[in-house]
Design a protein around this ligand. Structure first.
Ligand code: SF4
Ligand code: SF4
Length: 280
């Protein structure tokens, strides 16, 4: 937002032309006043709707996982997305700021997505940096460009500390979904064994989607995917809050991911069987 405000505001304008009745709201965490001021300057005077509405900036409290689509829609509009529904079902479209930038570049300059900004950080990295890098560059090359490892990492994540996925190899390409590389020493990411659930309820209190992560975890471990689905497991946004809070260090987010994959596999199997039956 600080470096490409014109392209971001322009991308929003292009989207609003596709949805003439819509209002564009750029939501920024309140601890980023410079970005808010820069975007406000950029959008001033852009009235796209007859009633003077167009694009506006809204500040919200910096609180994890506020950036998640469903959380953001609730904060901005007060609307909850029903289970199984999409943002469009409540009249919303959530677009990442980087996507707005790329929409503008594609439409105005005719340039497709060939690069992205990747943060290489964590206490195992010698010189943490943000890189504007071409897609396809290997993660290993990026880490080397950041001075390599200052210490042997205990864990390297693709993504952030809460939602990042642990990487087994570094010779993999940066894709358009690679937001960051986080390399942590054993001090920051101690390897702890999970233990039995003590039914403290902290995971349920932490869950922004009001799920019962301990019950979902149990259902997935028993491969009871129908039960997982019935308990609303497909609404899990994989924010990692339950895992972070769990004193027994249960792999709750991972089991939710597994549960969602299990439900999808079961749905596909049913669909395939149905299609095969129809062909007979
Ligand atoms: S990861 Fe855990 S806390 Fe986050 S939505 Fe899923 S179940 Fe809830
Ligand atoms: S936070 Fe962990 S120990 Fe507590 S109820 Fe949830 S799964 Fe069980």
């Amino acid at each position: 937002m600080l470096e490409y405000p014109k392209a971001i505001a322009g991308g929003m304008e292009i989207c609003l032309r596709l949805f003439p009745e819509a209002e564009g709201i750029i939501v920024i965490e309140a601890n980023k006043p410079e970005a808010a001021a820069r975007m406000r300057r950029e959008i001033s005077g852009r009235d796209l709707l007859p009633d003077g509405k167009g694009i506006r900036v809204m500040l919200h409290r910096a609180k994890y996982p506020q950036g998640a689509e469903k959380m953001l829609i609730y904060t901005v509009t007060g609307q909850e997305i029903p289970s199984g529904a999409l943002p469009a079902d409540v009249g919303c479209l959530v677009i990442n700021v980087r996507t707005l930038y790329h929409i503008w570049r594609a439409v105005v300059e005719g340039i497709p997505v060939t690069e992205r900004i990747v943060s290489v950080t964590g206490d195992a990295v010698a010189n943490p940096k943000n890189f504007l890098t071409p897609l396809g560059v290997s993660v290993r090359e990026l880490i080397e460009a950041a001075g390599g490892f200052a210490e042997e990492p205990a864990k390297v994540l693709s993504g952030g500390p809460m939602m990042g996925i642990s990487m087994r190899a570094l010779d993999v390409p940066v894709t358009k979904g690679t937001s960051g590389i986080l390399a942590l020493t054993a001090r920051s990411a101690p390897q702890v064994e999970e233990s039995n659930c003590i039914r403290c309820g902290r995971c349920a209190r932490a869950c922004p989607m009001r799920l019962l992560p301990s019950s979902l975890d149990r259902a997935v471990r028993l491969r009871e995917y129908a039960e997982f689905e019935a308990m609303g497991g497909m609404n899990c946004i994989e924010c990692g809050s339950c895992t972070y809070m769990c004193p027994a260090k249960r792999y709750l987010t991972q089991t939710c991911r597994d549960g969602k994959a299990g439900v999808m596999a079961a749905r596909k199997k049913t669909q395939t069987a149905k299609s095969a039956g129809e062909k007979k």
